[in-house]
Write a protein that binds this ligand. Structure first.
Ligand code: 3Y8
Ligand code: NAP
Length: 249
């Protein structure tokens, strides 16, 4: 009898939860507990860490989980690594639902870097208006570049003033639309954008807006993960679970 665990927290994970719920498959949806009011899901939902890979392996055994789908964000590397280890320990089938990275299109002015520290180093010396579209957890390295006027975007209001001397926070959880991104970038005279190569549609609009405005994007590449089976569509996950979607795909 199938009992699936969805490691969620993304738009794709929400689409998968809807398909699994409508198929009547027994499943649990899991959030890491990063935001104050995560979106409701049509499945029983748990919030918070498992306690490392061994905690996840214990959870899998205790809850009689038969399949794990890692539908977390491409930058949720620790969760993904733990899922690989826990599923190996408990001999539980694992499948990643992971969207492809954005590809650089003609007209894109990307500076590709490996991590957030390199992204901060890639900013110019002369003061500029910079849009940091990388959330709340990784702002500190930009403290080394205090000359810039930063626009930050968080899911929830910040608990304290960000450590950067000249920073303004937009509170918004996405998904983001092209019109809104263009208006925001123009109103704030944004000259540089820092982004992660999240892929997917929920945050692509800023990349398209940068292209239209001819702005440089410092693009942080994804962390490397050990090999694991992966698909890019909900229907492929449903087939993996032994369920034919209504499209029969
Ligand atoms: C808690 C679930 C939906 C889901 C929305 C997607 C789209 C917007 C792209 C920008 C980039 C960023 C950030 C982002 C994206 C979607 C999707 C996606 C980037 C929620 C969510 C949770 C989180 C966690 C949060 C992080 C933060 C990252 C903001 C829910 C809304 C910047 C990633 O305050 C914090 O601690 C937030 C932390 C991890 C990265 C960071 O380091 O700050 N996501 N985002 C999940 C959990 O607890 O398990 O609250 O409902 C999900 C979404 N985030 O309904 O359409 O790709 O799926 N989220 C990045 O760098 O790309 C925003 O602003 O342009
Ligand atoms: P992370 O750094 O890879 O994970 C850190 C720890 O958080 C994990 O080891 C685990 O704790 C816990 N955790 C993470 N995701 C979890 C989940 N879905 N269910 C239960 N526990 C989880 O993760 P992150 O980058 O902070 O991302 C946290 C959540 O936000 C994920 O759901 C992810 O999909 C979502 N998200 C992240 C980003 C991003 O940029 N990172 C973007 C959009 C959405 P234990 O070790 O205790 O088990």
């Amino acid at each position: 009898m199938t009992r699936a665990l969805i490691l969620g927290g993304t738009a794709d994970a929400s689409l998968l939860a809807a398909a699994i719920a409508s198929a009547g498959i027994d499943a649990v949806y899991s959030y890491g507990g990063r935001t104050r009011a995560p979106a409701d899901q049509p499945l029983p939902t748990r919030i918070g860490g498992f306690g490392g890979a061994s905690g996840l392996a214990d959870y899998i055994r205790r809850e009689n989980i038969t399949h794990v789908i890692d539908a977390t964000h491409p930058f949720a590397a620790e969760m993904s690594r733990n899922a690989i280890a826990a599923c190996a320990q408990s001999a539980t089938p694992l499948l990643a639902l992971e969207r492809a990275p954005w590809d650089k299109a003609s007209g894109d002015r990307w500076i590709e870097v490996a991590d957030v520290v390199s992204a901060a180093a890639a900013l110019p010396d002369s003061p500029a208006c910079v849009f940091l579209a990388i959330g709340r957890q990784h702002i500190a390295p930009f403290g080394a570049r205090p000359q810039h006027a930063y626009t930050l975007r968080f899911v929830d209001p910040p608990d304290e003033t960000p450590s950067l001397p000249n920073a303004d926070v937009i509170v918004s959880r996405g998904p983001f639309m092209l019109k809104g991104e263009l208006a925001m970038m123009r109103a704030r005279h944004i000259a540089w954008i820092v982004a992660r190569n999240s892929g997917g549609d929920g945050a692509r609009a800023k990349i398209e807006a940068a292209r239209m405005l001819g702005l440089p994007v410092i693009m942080i590449s994804r962390p490397q993960l050990p090999d694991r089976p992966r698909v890019e569509s909900v229907s492929d996950v449903m087939q993996w679970l032994g369920h034919r979607t209504c499209l029969g795909a």
